[in-house]
Design a protein around this ligand. Sequence first.
Ligand code: SAM
Length: 242
Amino acid sequence: MTVSPDNQITFNFIGRVNSPYKEKFAIPRQPGLVSAAKGSILLLEDANNEELLRGIEQFSHLWVLFIFHGTEQQGWKPLVRPPRLGGNKKLGVLATRSTFRPNPIGMSVVKLEGVEQKNKQLIINISGLDLLDQTPVVDIKPYLPYSDSIDDARAGFAQQQPYQALTTRFSSQAQQDVQQYQREYLGLALFIEQVLAQDPRPAYKKRQDDDKIYGMKLYDLNIRWQAISDNELKVLSIHRVN
Ligand code: SAM
């Protein structure tokens, strides 16, 4: 790492995320909302050394500090429109968890599922992630409940969980498709249900009759779905994509 006199810092990432979320659409807004999401962090170069992880299994959860690599090229803005305010009210970027920040640094608490080593590659298995595939990781720290959890904290517009969980139904075609893919992707139906429960549609779509068919990419699968009422979504089909 270098810190230069002209207010610049340069450092290398220590890892890369392997995530089932291959595109931004339908990624939950925060970690822990989709507990069935399973991913991993591959440690890189000098950080790919088991000494860095000695003792980590004593912790159930980790903070992952990362770079919003999927949006950083779009730059940043001092004011942003948080989606949960319907996309029509502006707040200061530092008063939100927007990805469009002066330094595109994200932080997520994830569940530690275990550590393994395959062909000299250290892999930290995690769940509940809200991270795009290939996200660069700049640091990992243990979550400390005694100081990281504040019972009487105020959270303004984000005090509550952002949605009322929707119910997901599977068409008969989608049920057959789940049967076909669930051997490869354990817990696939639950994962899809949890992702859809948070209603990934843009805020303005939820306010009107919406018969659009949506596609979302989880793993290498395209999942097609549609709203069938205000509180129900239906999975139409699941196909492998390249
Ligand atoms: N928990 C983090 C935080 O508070 O810093 C992220 C919150 S941000 C509101 C969550 C959104 O970031 C996800 O819904 C996803 O669309 C987006 N995201 C996740 N990983 C990303 C990446 N590597 N690049 C760009 N956007 C990403």
